[in-house]
Design a protein around this ligand. Structure first.
Ligand code: ZN
Length: 350
């Protein structure tokens, strides 16, 4: 069958669980898993039917719309994905601010980048119908404009720009996108209408390369004696790959805005695992400015306004070493509720 190619450019490294670049199956599984997650969220947002893959009754005979395209037990996925990445990024670690069980942990800035674009090749194995292509195209647009792809998207990875997309049925209507009413009250699954999306711009006082040369960014607690800095790698990430590894700083800036321990755990997960809040690293706008994203779902409005109101002052404290403040501004560039996004998509698709 004919192959279809989507060319993407990573703005922050894509994490696929395949740091050594040897296991391409793992790499593709990571991308497919992420595509499926967003596709499910989109379908649920449009009141369609997408099961919880971790607890599903779907099988070869009866299955939801997400399983129809992405497969389940007894029903194979309708396409194969092939992809290739060029580079593993140089190693940078960020320590935890607080001790856990009397020691500091460190978090790796990880993932794969490319010096040019990365091709995602979709190879249909069964007939993919028009509605499925339309929804897949929409899914890719949502990822590009508001979210991220791959794993570890709560820790900075996977912001992309789509360079070229030759999947069929772009900007077309969906015939039966509105499925039978899906009762969302029953579960806490990701549904696009329950999301929020923020894009912020950070303006620094000086060129970011100078801030890196001056070792201005915070990397570890002062009494963390085990920690070794790697400023030359910070420099490479900025100069070769155009991103600033600050997702952990951003998470540390918003994590404590939720006071309740249990809610905090539910929302932010443990070391980012199972998180409902996602943040990106800062990707380059120009020598002094980066943009980053915070998005997520199932977060109440008081925490959302707290994030907006306190982010700048918290970042001034968490971004830099030695109590420096080298941040000129943190500007909310774009704000979108999942509800308005889903209304906009429904308008476009139906
Ligand atoms: Zn299903």
């Amino acid at each position: 069958m004919k192959e279809f190619i989507v060319k993407i450019k990573p703005l922050t490294p894509i994490w696929t669980g395949d740091a050594d670049r040897k296991n391409s199956t793992l790499r593709e599984t990571g991308i497919i898993g992420s595509l499926r997650w967003w596709y499910e969220a989109l379908i649920r947002g449009l009141d369609g039917n997408a099961c919880d893959p971790t607890n599903t009754k779907c099988d070869g005979q009866n299955h939801c719309d997400a399983c129809e395209l992405f497969g389940c037990t007894g029903w194979a996925r309708k396409f194969r994905l092939e992809t290739s990445f060029n580079y593993t990024i140089p190693e940078v670690w960020i320590g935890t601010r607080e001790e856990r069980n009397k020691r500091y942990l460190k978090r790796k800035v990880d993932g794969l980048m490319s010096d040019g674009s990365i091709e995602l090749t979709f190879i249909p194995l069964k007939d993919i119908n028009k509605d499925e292509w339309v929804l897949l195209n929409s899914t890719l647009k949502v990822i590009e404009n508001y979210g991220a792809i791959g794993a570890h998207i709560s820790q900075g990875n996977g912001v992309i720009k789509i360079i070229e997309n030759n999947l069929p049925y772009q900007n077309e209507k969906c015939k039966e996108c509105k499925g039978e009413q899906f009762d969302k009250s029953k579960n806490s699954l990701a549904s696009l209408d329950k999301f929020f999306f923020y894009k912020f711009k950070l303006e620094f006082n000086e060129d970011i390369s100078k801030l890196i040369n001056n070792k201005s960014f915070w990397t570890h607690a002062q009494d963390d004696n085990q920690f070794k800095d790697s400023w030359h790698n910070w420099k490479k990430l900025w100069e070769n790959y155009n991103f600033l590894p600050i997702a952990f700083h951003i998470r540390d800036s918003i994590r404590h805005l939720e006071n309740g321990w249990e809610t905090r755990h539910d929302i932010f997960g443990e070391l980012g695992k199972g998180s409902k809040v996602f943040v990106s690293h800062g990707y380059k706008i120009n020598e002094k400015n980066v943009e980053f994203r915070i998005w997520g779902y199932g977060i109440d409005s008081s925490l959302l306004s707290s994030i907006k109101n306190n982010l700048e002052s918290n970042l001034k404290q968490k971004l830099f070493s030695d109590g420096k403040d080298l941040l000129k501004n943190c500007i909310l560039k774009e704000e979108k509720t999942g509800e308005s996004l889903i209304n906009q998509l429904a308008e476009e698709l139906k």
